[in-house]
Design a protein. Sequence first.
Length: 98
Amino acid sequence: MLSTDIRQESTTKRIEQVVSILMEEDSIFKEDLNYSEIVKHLVELFEKNLPFEEFNTMSEVELKDHCSGIMSIELLGKIGDDFTPEQMAVFDEAIKRK
């Protein structure tokens, strides 16, 4: 049985590698997400929601897909952060019409 520190280190290293790849493949991730913060967030999510054994046996493709989805949701959460009140009103109205 692996100690908690070794498990966390293993999880962190895998996620760091995937996040690096995703940020190289898609510049919007690199531009709009902080590498250290998103790695920390992903590690916390995986440790909280997935047993280590399942995480450890997850394929690189599957891990990449999960990380990409979570990172995309994080980007969506940033929409409007830089909007003026007028731009936010236009955005809110456009969303209501859809």
